[in-house]
Write a protein that binds this ligand. Structure first.
Ligand code: GZL
Length: 327
């Protein structure tokens, strides 16, 4: 008899636990659908830049529209927080996990845990360097090498008639992150074809305005006659502008500036002539992410790689685009 009661209790508890996981979005916001609402665990890098804020908004509003219950965690740019969040999503038995890996390496163990728990994972925004590509269903995000190449191509064109050396300083994104690694590689590949281009200093500004300003101040002190700044995102470029003006130089003229993202503040600086060229990196990944998640959970085939569409802006194009800029 005892065995039978125990079995009934376990069955009851298991049923409750399972429905708890497909909850109607009462906790963690978003969704609001019935018991069959998809529950997505989302681990975000942090809130380090205008791009990240726009990306978070896009994911949250797309989850709301798709009636997907979103369990959102902000890792404050720390990999250990993302690993903790993914483990927690596995324990909660969410239906699917999506995350933007703050750095490329060190994910195999926790992704294996999700795989063993039969919870599909989607990479969004940034990639991982795991050799085992069965650990995730797809990678939705920009081609950062291409972004770096676009920045280099503008510079080569801008200085095509220059005979003297062009001294470049580079503000790199977060050390070890896919955008930092790839934007650096793409840019170097293009300018490397002409020896007049010299990267005389290159250091991380961690994608933030404050750090960008701090490192640019150091560059200005240690590096005479800087011609160009290549910043891996608008926020570091905007911080560098403060440093350049603080040093009594004119950004966009004394020092030409190329950045990546095309968030509103960057586009305003471009329109104002303080930045010379911006390579767009779209943060509006939310709708595609939710569509891919629904397809995965229906057992539909999805592409292993979904590259986001994006363009570039010069100063005139920024003036035209600003009034309707979504982010
Ligand atoms: C790029 C994204 C980068 C942005 C930065 O997809 O991961 O992180 O370029 C952001 O602004 O901090």
């Amino acid at each position: 008899m005892m065995k039978r009661i125990t079995a009934l209790v376990i069955a009851g508890l298991t049923a409750a636990a399972l429905t708890g996981c497909g909850s109607s979005g009462s906790e963690g916001g978003g969704g609001g659908g019935g018991d069959d609402a998809i529950v997505m665990g989302f681990s975000q890098v942090g809130a380090e830049s205008g791009w990240r804020t726009a990306n978070t908004k896009s994911v949250q509003s797309a989850a709301e529209k798709s009636k997907i219950t979103l369990r959102f965690s902000d890792a404050q740019q720390k990999q250990e927080n993302q690993i903790k969040a993914i483990r927690s999503f596995v324990q909660q038995k969410v239906d699917i996990i999506a995350f933007s890996p703050v750095v490329e390496s060190g994910w195999d163990t926790v992704l294996k845990e999700a795989q063993n728990a039969k919870i599909p994972v989607i990479l969004t925004d940034r990639a991982v360097d795991s050799k085992d590509t069965t650990l995730y269903k797809t990678f939705l995000g920009s081609d950062f090498v291409e972004e770096g190449k676009k920045a280099g191509q503008w510079l080569v064109e801008e200085y095509k008639d220059a005979k003297d050396t062009v001294n470049i300083v580079e503000l790199q994104g977060t050390t070890g992150s896919a955008p930092a690694n790839d934007r650096k590689a793409g840019f170097a590949e293009v300018i490397g074809a002409d020896p007049k281009f010299k990267i005389v200093a290159s250091q991380t500004g961690d994608f933030t305005r404050a750090k960008g300003k701090e490192v640019m101040e150091a560059f200005l002190k240690s590096t005479p006659d800087i011609d160009v700044l290549y910043a891996h995102n608008d926020d570091m470029g905007l911080g560098a502008i403060e440093a350049i003006e603080g040093a009594g130089k004119v950004p966009g003229k004394d020092i030409k500036i190329i950045t990546v993202d095309a968030v509103k503040d960057g586009m305003q600086a471009l329109a104002d002539g303080k930045i010379n060229f911006i390579v767009e990196c779209s943060p509006l990944l939310g709708p595609q992410l939710m569509d891919l998640a629904q397809k995965v959970l229906k057992g539909e085939n999805i592409p292993a790689r979904v590259v986001t569409e994006e363009t570039t802006f010069d100063q005139e194009q920024a003036k035209a685009a600003l009034p309707t800029r979504e982010y």
